[in-house]
Design a protein around this ligand. Structure first.
Ligand code: BTN
Length: 246
Protein backbone atom coordinates (compact mmCIF):
# COMPACT_ATOMS: atom_id res chain seq x y z
CA UNK A 1 0.00 0.00 0.00
CA UNK A 2 1.35 3.40 -0.78
CA UNK A 3 0.11 6.85 0.04
CA UNK A 4 0.62 10.14 -1.66
CA UNK A 5 2.60 12.87 0.02
CA UNK A 6 1.11 16.37 0.19
CA UNK A 7 0.42 18.02 -3.16
CA UNK A 8 3.09 19.73 -5.21
CA UNK A 9 5.85 17.60 -3.82
CA UNK A 10 7.54 14.99 -5.91
CA UNK A 11 8.00 12.98 -2.75
CA UNK A 12 7.20 9.34 -2.49
CA UNK A 13 5.87 7.44 0.42
CA UNK A 14 5.43 3.82 1.28
CA UNK A 15 3.54 1.96 3.97
CA UNK A 16 5.14 -1.32 4.98
CA UNK A 17 3.62 -4.12 6.97
CA UNK A 18 6.70 -4.61 9.09
CA UNK A 19 10.20 -3.13 9.23
CA UNK A 20 13.03 -2.92 11.75
CA UNK A 21 12.86 0.88 12.05
CA UNK A 22 11.20 3.31 9.66
CA UNK A 23 14.08 5.76 10.29
CA UNK A 24 16.67 3.17 9.23
CA UNK A 25 14.58 2.07 6.25
CA UNK A 26 14.25 5.63 4.96
CA UNK A 27 18.01 6.23 5.23
CA UNK A 28 18.65 2.95 3.37
CA UNK A 29 16.23 3.82 0.58
CA UNK A 30 17.68 7.29 0.21
CA UNK A 31 21.18 5.87 -0.01
CA UNK A 32 20.17 3.47 -2.77
CA UNK A 33 18.26 6.06 -4.82
CA UNK A 34 18.32 9.66 -3.60
CA UNK A 35 14.77 10.63 -2.68
CA UNK A 36 13.22 14.09 -2.54
CA UNK A 37 12.40 15.86 0.70
CA UNK A 38 9.15 14.81 2.37
CA UNK A 39 9.48 11.25 1.12
CA UNK A 40 8.32 8.98 3.89
CA UNK A 41 8.20 5.45 5.23
CA UNK A 42 5.44 4.28 7.54
CA UNK A 43 4.95 0.84 9.00
CA UNK A 44 2.21 -1.08 10.75
CA UNK A 45 4.80 -2.51 13.09
CA UNK A 46 8.50 -2.11 13.91
CA UNK A 47 10.68 -4.93 15.13
CA UNK A 48 13.51 -2.64 16.28
CA UNK A 49 11.90 0.75 16.79
CA UNK A 50 14.37 3.27 18.14
CA UNK A 51 13.78 5.87 20.82
CA UNK A 52 16.00 8.71 21.88
CA UNK A 53 19.29 8.23 23.73
CA UNK A 54 19.69 4.67 22.47
CA UNK A 55 16.44 3.41 23.97
CA UNK A 56 14.16 1.09 22.06
CA UNK A 57 10.65 2.12 21.10
CA UNK A 58 8.00 -0.56 21.56
CA UNK A 59 6.10 -0.57 18.25
CA UNK A 60 3.46 -3.31 18.17
CA UNK A 61 0.98 -3.94 15.39
CA UNK A 62 -2.25 -1.97 15.41
CA UNK A 63 -1.61 0.52 18.21
CA UNK A 64 0.46 3.26 16.68
CA UNK A 65 1.50 5.42 13.81
CA UNK A 66 5.17 4.86 13.05
CA UNK A 67 6.30 7.34 10.44
CA UNK A 68 9.59 8.75 9.18
CA UNK A 69 10.02 11.74 6.91
CA UNK A 70 13.08 12.76 4.91
CA UNK A 71 14.27 16.36 4.88
CA UNK A 72 17.15 17.68 2.82
CA UNK A 73 19.04 20.91 3.30
CA UNK A 74 16.85 22.85 0.88
CA UNK A 75 14.02 22.47 3.40
CA UNK A 76 15.62 23.51 6.66
CA UNK A 77 17.64 26.60 7.48
CA UNK A 78 18.37 25.74 11.10
CA UNK A 79 19.23 22.07 11.62
CA UNK A 80 19.11 22.68 15.37
CA UNK A 81 15.41 23.62 15.17
CA UNK A 82 14.23 20.63 13.13
CA UNK A 83 13.00 18.67 16.14
CA UNK A 84 11.22 21.71 17.60
CA UNK A 85 9.53 22.30 14.25
CA UNK A 86 8.51 18.65 14.01
CA UNK A 87 7.05 18.77 17.51
CA UNK A 88 4.90 21.76 16.58
CA UNK A 89 3.67 20.00 13.41
CA UNK A 90 2.98 16.76 15.29
CA UNK A 91 1.09 18.61 18.01
CA UNK A 92 -1.16 20.29 15.47
CA UNK A 93 -1.90 16.98 13.75
CA UNK A 94 -2.55 15.12 17.01
CA UNK A 95 -4.68 17.91 18.50
CA UNK A 96 -6.97 17.75 15.50
CA UNK A 97 -8.01 14.23 16.49
CA UNK A 98 -7.94 14.60 20.24
CA UNK A 99 -10.73 15.60 22.55
CA UNK A 100 -8.16 16.64 25.14
CA UNK A 101 -5.43 19.25 24.84
CA UNK A 102 -2.15 17.99 23.46
CA UNK A 103 0.99 19.60 24.84
CA UNK A 104 4.70 19.42 24.14
CA UNK A 105 7.16 18.38 26.77
CA UNK A 106 10.56 19.88 26.06
CA UNK A 107 12.28 18.75 23.90
CA UNK A 108 10.07 16.63 21.74
CA UNK A 109 7.50 14.48 23.49
CA UNK A 110 3.77 14.99 23.13
CA UNK A 111 1.61 14.63 26.21
CA UNK A 112 -2.09 14.45 26.75
CA UNK A 113 -3.82 14.05 30.11
CA UNK A 114 -0.41 13.89 31.85
CA UNK A 115 0.76 10.96 29.75
CA UNK A 116 3.18 10.61 26.91
CA UNK A 117 1.36 9.91 23.67
CA UNK A 118 4.14 10.45 21.15
CA UNK A 119 7.88 10.73 20.73
CA UNK A 120 10.13 12.04 17.99
CA UNK A 121 13.58 10.81 16.98
CA UNK A 122 15.54 13.04 14.62
CA UNK A 123 18.64 11.58 12.99
CA UNK A 124 20.99 13.25 10.52
CA UNK A 125 23.68 12.15 8.14
CA UNK A 126 25.65 15.34 7.69
CA UNK A 127 28.47 13.52 5.89
CA UNK A 128 26.20 12.71 2.94
CA UNK A 129 25.44 15.20 0.16
CA UNK A 130 22.33 17.31 0.73
CA UNK A 131 22.66 16.56 4.44
CA UNK A 132 19.67 14.24 4.82
CA UNK A 133 17.75 14.36 8.07
CA UNK A 134 15.11 11.82 9.05
CA UNK A 135 12.40 12.83 11.48
CA UNK A 136 10.69 9.78 12.94
CA UNK A 137 7.51 10.02 14.90
CA UNK A 138 5.72 7.38 16.92
CA UNK A 139 2.20 8.22 18.05
CA UNK A 140 0.23 5.81 20.18
CA UNK A 141 -3.25 5.54 18.74
CA UNK A 142 -4.50 2.54 20.72
CA UNK A 143 -8.18 2.83 21.53
CA UNK A 144 -7.82 0.34 24.30
CA UNK A 145 -5.31 1.86 26.63
CA UNK A 146 -4.61 -1.23 28.63
CA UNK A 147 -2.80 -3.56 26.28
CA UNK A 148 -0.44 -0.77 25.42
CA UNK A 149 0.11 0.46 28.93
CA UNK A 150 0.96 -2.88 30.39
CA UNK A 151 3.81 -3.48 27.98
CA UNK A 152 4.93 0.08 27.47
CA UNK A 153 6.05 2.54 30.08
CA UNK A 154 3.68 2.89 33.01
CA UNK A 155 3.14 6.50 32.02
CA UNK A 156 2.28 5.88 28.40
CA UNK A 157 -1.00 7.23 27.14
CA UNK A 158 -2.68 7.46 23.80
CA UNK A 159 -4.78 9.69 21.63
CA UNK A 160 -8.08 8.27 22.68
CA UNK A 161 -11.73 9.07 22.99
CA UNK A 162 -12.43 8.50 19.36
CA UNK A 163 -11.03 6.01 16.94
CA UNK A 164 -7.98 7.68 15.51
CA UNK A 165 -7.63 7.82 11.75
CA UNK A 166 -3.96 7.08 11.25
CA UNK A 167 -4.02 7.97 7.55
CA UNK A 168 -5.35 11.39 8.41
CA UNK A 169 -2.87 11.77 11.23
CA UNK A 170 0.00 10.94 8.86
CA UNK A 171 -1.25 13.21 6.09
CA UNK A 172 -1.85 16.07 8.56
CA UNK A 173 1.61 15.64 10.04
CA UNK A 174 3.23 15.75 6.60
CA UNK A 175 1.35 18.82 5.46
CA UNK A 176 1.82 20.63 8.80
CA UNK A 177 5.53 19.84 8.65
CA UNK A 178 5.66 21.36 5.20
CA UNK A 179 3.75 24.44 6.38
CA UNK A 180 5.96 24.81 9.46
CA UNK A 181 9.17 24.78 7.43
CA UNK A 182 7.77 27.63 5.35
CA UNK A 183 7.06 29.63 8.51
CA UNK A 184 9.45 32.04 10.21
CA UNK A 185 11.27 30.02 12.92
CA UNK A 186 10.42 32.76 15.43
CA UNK A 187 6.73 32.02 14.98
CA UNK A 188 7.37 28.29 15.32
CA UNK A 189 9.20 28.91 18.60
CA UNK A 190 6.31 31.07 19.79
CA UNK A 191 3.82 28.29 19.11
CA UNK A 192 6.18 25.77 20.70
CA UNK A 193 6.32 27.86 23.89
CA UNK A 194 2.55 28.36 23.96
CA UNK A 195 1.90 24.63 24.02
CA UNK A 196 4.80 23.63 26.24
CA UNK A 197 3.97 21.99 29.52
CA UNK A 198 7.27 22.59 31.31
CA UNK A 199 7.31 26.39 31.52
CA UNK A 200 6.74 27.64 35.04
CA UNK A 201 7.05 24.14 36.47
CA UNK A 202 9.69 22.64 38.72
CA UNK A 203 11.84 20.27 36.72
CA UNK A 204 14.51 17.76 37.55
CA UNK A 205 17.55 17.64 35.28
CA UNK A 206 21.02 16.19 35.32
CA UNK A 207 24.40 17.76 34.72
CA UNK A 208 26.75 14.85 34.39
CA UNK A 209 26.21 12.74 37.50
CA UNK A 210 24.52 15.46 39.47
CA UNK A 211 20.75 15.74 39.54
CA UNK A 212 19.30 19.17 40.31
CA UNK A 213 15.92 20.78 40.34
CA UNK A 214 14.85 24.20 39.22
CA UNK A 215 12.04 26.17 37.70
CA UNK A 216 11.77 26.11 33.90
CA UNK A 217 11.77 29.80 33.12
CA UNK A 218 11.85 30.12 29.38
CA UNK A 219 12.75 28.60 26.05
CA UNK A 220 15.23 30.77 24.18
CA UNK A 221 15.53 31.46 20.45
CA UNK A 222 17.69 28.38 20.00
CA UNK A 223 15.10 26.14 21.58
CA UNK A 224 17.19 25.72 24.74
CA UNK A 225 15.46 25.44 28.10
CA UNK A 226 16.46 28.03 30.67
CA UNK A 227 16.11 26.77 34.23
CA UNK A 228 16.46 28.85 37.37
CA UNK A 229 18.09 26.65 40.04
CA UNK A 230 18.53 28.69 43.21
CA UNK A 231 20.83 31.53 42.25
CA UNK A 232 22.02 29.78 39.10
CA UNK A 233 20.50 30.07 35.68
CA UNK A 234 21.17 26.90 33.69
CA UNK A 235 20.82 26.48 29.93
CA UNK A 236 19.77 22.98 28.92
CA UNK A 237 20.55 22.18 25.30
CA UNK A 238 19.34 18.64 25.03
CA UNK A 239 18.41 15.71 27.15
CA UNK A 240 15.50 14.94 29.33
CA UNK A 241 13.82 16.75 32.16
CA UNK A 242 11.17 15.34 34.41
CA UNK A 243 8.40 17.54 35.64
CA UNK A 244 7.78 17.37 39.37
CA UNK A 245 4.33 16.53 40.64
CA UNK A 246 3.25 15.16 37.30
C1 BTN B 1 11.27 8.75 21.93
O1 BTN B 1 10.19 8.90 22.49
O2 BTN B 1 12.30 8.53 22.56
C2 BTN B 1 11.31 8.85 20.42
C3 BTN B 1 10.51 7.75 19.78
C4 BTN B 1 10.53 7.80 18.27
C5 BTN B 1 9.83 6.60 17.66
C6 BTN B 1 9.65 6.72 16.18
S1 BTN B 1 8.56 5.48 15.53
C7 BTN B 1 9.01 5.87 13.91
C8 BTN B 1 10.50 6.17 13.91
N1 BTN B 1 11.28 4.96 13.72
C9 BTN B 1 12.02 4.66 14.79
O3 BTN B 1 12.77 3.67 14.88
N2 BTN B 1 11.81 5.57 15.76
C10 BTN B 1 10.90 6.62 15.32
Amino acid sequence: RSMRAPKDMAAEGIVLQTVDSTNDELFRRNKKTPLPSYSFVAAEKQTAGKGRVGKSFHSPFGTGLYLSVLLKDEVYVRPDLITITAAVAARRAAARQSELPVEIKWVNDLYSAHKKIAGILTEADFSAPSRPVVVGIGINTATSQESFERKQLPRAGSLRGTAVDRNRLAADFLSELHACFLTDPRDILKEYRTHNLVLGRTVRFSEGDIVSTGVAESIDDNGHLIVRAGTRRVTLRAGEVSVEGD
